[in-house]
Design a binder for this molecule. Structure first.
Ligand code: ZN
Ligand code: ZN
Length: 88
């Protein structure tokens, strides 16, 4: 069985060098996605958007833009857990 070695990574960002469109992986499945835009493959950006998970209701939120403050999302009256999507 051949393995590509690359899996979808939660929060990975893809950028279109032509029009500037950006995508982010919200649900990491087994395979590496290959999004296209403007008839060109989109580039992987080294940026990973952080995702927070609620252990009570399973809601998940993704950070689109970090500010200078200390981000502490809460859900169901509890702090949300930062998913460590960086593990390989
Ligand atoms: Zn484009
Ligand atoms: Zn919740």
């Amino acid at each position: 069985m051949k393995r590509s070695g690359r899996r979808a990574r939660l929060g990975r960002v893809y950028h279109c060098p032509i029009c500037g469109a950006e995508l982010s992986v919200i649900n990491a499945g087994g395979a590496e996605p290959h999004p296209y835009c403007c008839n060109e493959p989109m580039e992987v950006v080294e940026l990973i958007n952080r995702v927070f998970h609620c252990p009570v209701c399973s809601s998940e939120v993704m950070v689109i833009q970090e500010g200078g403050g200390r981000l502490e999302p809460k859900c169901c009256n509890r702090p949300m857990i930062a998913l460590d999507a960086i593990t390989k």
